[in-house]
Write a protein that binds this ligand. Structure first.
Ligand SMILES: *Cc1c(COP(=O)(O)O)cnc(C)c1O
Length: 355
């Protein structure tokens, strides 16, 4: 088997999706499965759909192109506001896009007209996290603009919290979104069928809210893929946290002094690992570096400690583990290690059906 290698247990992703879909259904919320951290893998997208996801979402147009082969009828949402330079690709590869800019909406309308199709849009509302979003007071005006564009269909409104400034979705900010939906419907006599309240950080709110109001969709990536909620990175009950496993191969195995010698300046990436204590370390080098994964977010087996990671080498204190050159070591991944591994050309992704 080649290393480094990221093994993906598709059955666990399907299970995680189904569990979340079943938990949200009673309050009238459906799940859009977000594949961006898995590079738009069609295998991962198919597992989410088998688990009951209502559609798929991704932030990158090339990823949507990978998903487009899955099933022509699946809704595919571009969850990042389109670049003006890519509107033609957006209308051909995404069935829907999340938007905030009138200039982009105009260009999407023109592109959809050129392609002879209708393109669905959701307008994103700024609720305080200060990434994407139209200020609440300006939403009605942007809606009016969209309703005048013949090749766009306004599906509804949405919001995204917790990504830029960690703002927590709660009854207050979700209430603002729900109220805005009612206001827009009344003002323009339209029905907004999609109200997409947020991402995995919305799960606590959805589980505890007395009333989820008009919100009927969540866009879930991390919770499905890694089984954690992103606000405190606590495991979600009943979900698999190990759908992804990163394997690296040992290329050197020697006992080494715990303390380096010689005058010390900076290390390759600026940080200086403090090697406390004396004596020797049962050290292993793994052919896995920052070009493959994020050192702060790979989780070694219990009893093994990470001493450092440079571009191409991971340095481990093996503790009591018996390891030889050529052995593979299996690591868990957090969100940033997952994203890095999936996007690294050096890491082979291997998808397994089943658990
Ligand atoms: C990444 C992203 C999501 C999914 O976020 P998770 O925390 O992975 O669930 C949803 N919506 C938008 C706009 C995103 O950028």
């Amino acid at each position: 088997m080649t290393a480094p290698r990221l093994e993906i247990a598709l059955g666990r992703i399907e299970h995680n999706t189904r569990t979340l879909v079943d938990r949200l259904a009673p309050v009238g919320i459906r799940v859009t499965g977000v594949t961006k951290a898995a590079l738009g893998s069609p295998g991962v997208g198919a597992a989410m759909l088998r688990g009951g996801a209502h559609g798929l979402g991704d932030s990158r147009v090339p990823n949507l192109a990978r998903l487009a082969g899955l099933d022509g009828a699946t809704s595919r949402t571009l969850i990042r506001s389109p670049m003006l330079s890519q509107v033609d690709d957006v209308v051909s590869l995404a069935t829907c896009s999340l938007n905030t800019e009138p200039a982009v909406l105009l260009a999407l309308d023109a592109a959809a007209a050129r392609a002879g199709r209708l393109h669905d849009v959701v307008l994103m509302v700024e609720l305080g996290d200060l990434r994407e979003g139209i200020p609440v007071d300006d939403v009605a005006e942007v809606v009016r603009g969209v309703l005048a564009l013949p090749s766009l269909r306004l599906l509804g409104l949405g919001a995204n919290l917790a990504c830029q400034n960690g703002v927590v979705p709660d009854e207050q900010n979700m209430g603002v979104l729900s109220e805005l939906v009612d206001t827009v419907e009344t003002k323009y006599g339209v029905a907004l069928t999609t109200v997409t309240g947020g991402n995995s950080a919305n799960l606590d709110w959805a589980a505890s809210a007395a009333n989820v109001g008009r919100i009927n969709d969540l866009r879930l990536g991390e919770a499905i893929l890694l089984g954690v909620e992103p606000l405190h990175r606590t495991p979600i009950r009943g979900l698999h946290a190990d759908a992804f496993t990163l394997f690296g191969e040992v290329i050197e195995r020697r006992d080494k002094p715990r303390q380096p010698w010689g005058t010390r300046g900076q290390s390759a990436f600026g940080d200086l690992p403090d090697r406390v204590g004396a004596g020797t370390v049962r050290q292993a080098l793994v052919a896995l570096g920052r070009q493959d994964a994020d050192p702060d977010d790979v989780v070694p087996p219990a009893g093994i400690t990470i001493l450092g990671m440079s571009s191409d080498h991971l340095v481990l204190d093996l503790g009591d583990h018996r390891v030889e050159v050529g052995d593979e070591i299996a690591f868990g991944v957090g969100y940033s290690a997952l994203v890095r591994a999936m996007t690294s050309p050096f890491v082979t992704a291997v998808e397994r059906q089943g658990c």
